[in-house]
Design a protein around this ligand. Structure first.
Ligand code: PLP
Ligand code: COI
Length: 355
């Protein structure tokens, strides 16, 4: 493919919102990246163009059968005004894994990173500087073949849009209230749980809406077979600190292999903490709570960063963890991760990539 990215700049740029006014994912930058795919041609015409609505044929496959994938990563502004991405090659790798599962064509991972970098460069004035803010980058693919039969599409569009953001949860980094879902399930063995694809999220909305109605921020999913084992939270992986040990569900194909999860495991192990990646029953969490051994719980994710869990509600048990306060490990991890991501502290892992 021709990897020259054509750039068509917009004529009247908008003023980015003030850092203090940012929320999550409602404002978009001046430009977007677009590239098309056709079976005979492969990927073609990579371009950065003014942000604008798409013209989509109503018979396009993704409108009906949800053949889509997406990624999420962030660009951070350092104190000395450089712009850093965090492990973008891991997003490229996961994107291709999701694409493989969803029968969507692969993309050269180096070109994925190059496209992200170039798009950020064009809109670099949109990268906010205030601690806790970042430019959220959303690459995604949609199946665009015009056909109502059920089969993998022969045409796709790959797009990158970007949004300056603050914390994902309205309460910022304060502890969240999580409802353990015992009725609906998000994924099961052999399904699409490990892929970042729209249907996983669409299917989760009902449980999330019901939990929100009851005053919770998110749901914690249990396994699809028996609702016995902990899986993940709506937009993050989950960790527990039980009796000094850190435990997180192992990757069994039903949860998203989080890049923050992977980074957190590396950091914790470097701190000399014991980390177990294994199946964990919700009952084990509840027992640990009852015996006073459940010291902390927190979620990890690009949007959510490190998000302490203050309350976990399972059946008729309301577990208030660490008195509803942010725990020591979650707080240290937040500082370390954000420190590396924003270039404030040394990056011994070579995780950051300058734009
Ligand atoms: N689990 C789900 C369902 C998610 O949507 C996300 C967010 O991307 C995560 C976990 C965390 O993944 P990451 O740390 O790569 O952002
Ligand atoms: C992310 O953290 O990047 C995600 O994709 C989660 C999404 C629900 C905002």
């Amino acid at each position: 493919m021709d990897k020259n990215i054509r750039i068509e700049k917009c004529e009247d740029r908008q003023e980015p919102p003030k850092d203090e006014e940012l929320s999550f994912g409602r404002t978009f930058t001046d430009h977007m990246f677009v590239m098309d795919y056709e079976e005979e041609q492969g990927w073609y015409d990579p371009r950065i163009v003014p942000y604008s609505p798409l013209e989509i044929d109503p018979a396009a496959a993704f409108c009906h059968y949800g053949q889509t994938t997406f990624e999420g990563l962030k660009a951070y502004r350092t104190e000395d005004d450089r712009i850093l991405l965090f492990r973008p090659e891991k997003n490229a790798e996961r994107f291709n894994n999701s694409n493989e599962r969803m029968c969507i064509c692969q993309m050269d991972p180096d070109f994925f990173v190059e496209a992200v970098k170039k798009t950020v460069q064009v809109d670099k004035n949109w990268v906010p500087a205030k601690p806790g803010t970042a430019l959220y980058i959303r690459p995604f693919t949609i199946a665009t073949e015009i056909y109502l039969g059920l089969k993998p599409s022969s045409r796709y569009k790959f797009i990158i849009i970007m949004s300056p953001v603050a914390a994902y949860y309205d309460q910022g980094i304060k502890p969240t209230k999580i409802y353990v879902e015992t009725d609906f399930v998000r994924a099961s063995k052999g399904g699409t749980g490990m892929a970042k694809t729209g249907g996983n999220y669409a299917g989760s909305l009902k449980a999330q809406a019901e939990a929100a109605e009851m005053g919770y921020d998110e749901v914690l999913w249990l396994d699809g077979n028996n609702r016995e084992f902990v899986e993940e939270v709506g937009a993050m992986n989950v960790f527990f600190k039980i009796n000094g040990k850190i435990i997180t569900p192992s990757l069994e194909g039903t949860i998203l292999p989080g890049i923050t999860r992977d980074s957190v495991i590396t950091i914790l192990e470097d701190w000399g903490m014991e980390v177990e990646e294994r199946k964990i029953k919700i009952e084990e969490v509840a027992e640990a709570y009852k015996s006073g051994d459940l010291e902390e719980a927190f979620g990890t994710g690009t949007a959510a960063i490190i998000s302490p869990i203050g309350t976990l509600s399972w059946q008729d048990m309301e577990m208030e963890i660490n008195n509803g306060e942010t725990g020591e490990v979650a707080s240290k991890l937040y500082d370390k991760l954000i420190g590396i991501q924003t270039g404030k502290i040394e990056d011994p892992y070579d995780w950051t990539v300058e734009v």
